[in-house]
Design a protein around this ligand. Structure first.
Ligand SMILES: [Zn+2]
Length: 89
């Protein structure tokens, strides 16, 4: 059995074939790409980070310089602002 710190579901198990059988390697899962909160498309201009890495990176790497940057894509942002001006939801 592997050590306790590796027995977590947050690590990906990779089965490696060796001459003696199969070994299990534990690797960190890749970070998810940031997505638009309304249409779920991938946001451009923003790098992907693990949640714990966000505190160490600069603001410009986490968001785009416009209203709702880093949260909505430009299309959804335009729609939202238009609807706000019209007084709709
Ligand atoms: Zn969108």
């Amino acid at each position: 059995m592997v050590r306790r710190s590796l027995r977590v579901r947050s690590l990906r198990k990779i089965y490696v074939k060796t001459s003696r059988g199969v070994n299990i390697h534990f690797k960190e899962r890749p970070a998810q790409l940031p997505k638009c909160s309304s249409c779920k498309t991938i946001l451009k201009g923003i790098k992907k980070f693990k949640s714990r890495e966000y505190k160490n990176v600069s603001k410009s790497e986490k968001k785009v310089n416009r209203p709702y940057g880093g949260n909505l894509c430009s299309k959804c942002m335009r729609l939202k602002i238009k609807n706000l001006v019209r007084g709709q939801k």
